[in-house]
Design a protein. Structure first.
Length: 132
């Protein structure tokens, strides 16, 4: 973009210098020459303003595009992080549920084993008392 702007500026400067030189060498009255030079300079100024506005518009558009691209990538990253969070949370819930289920089974086995031992001990005492 910078090279293109430099080329256009050089062309405009060369055209202006050529036009001024041509007008100065042309057989015209002083007032007519001054009016012609003034008109030409005004045209060049308008052309430069138009180019500056177009360049500003291009820069603004480029900035908007860059902003929208960055915003889109950021939103995608946030969505990906949210999905990863949900996946990890679901996995953790499953592991906790499995651990709770295993603990419940272990507790039931322990309770049943304790009941069996208490019952066996009670039966042994009962038999000892009845046989004595």
């Amino acid at each position: 973009m910078k090279d293109q702007t430099k080329i256009i500026a050089a062309l405009l400067a060369g055209a202006a210098a050529g036009a001024v030189l041509g007008l100065l060498l042309a057989p015209d009255s002083g007032e007519g020459l001054r009016n012609s030079v003034a008109d030409y300079i005004n045209d060049l100024v308008e052309a430069a303003k138009d180019k500056a506005q177009n360049t500003a518009s291009d820069v603004k558009q480029y900035g908007n595009n860059a902003y929208n691209t960055a915003k889109s990538k950021f939103n995608d990253a946030i969505a990906g992080a949210g999905a990863y969070h949900d996946e990890i949370a679901d996995e953790a819930k499953g592991k906790v549920s499995n651990a709770a289920s295993n603990a419940k089974e272990y507790g039931q086995d322990a309770v049943n084993d304790a009941k069996s031992k208490v019952k066996s001990t009670a039966n042994d005492w009962n038999n000892t008392i009845q046989n004595a």
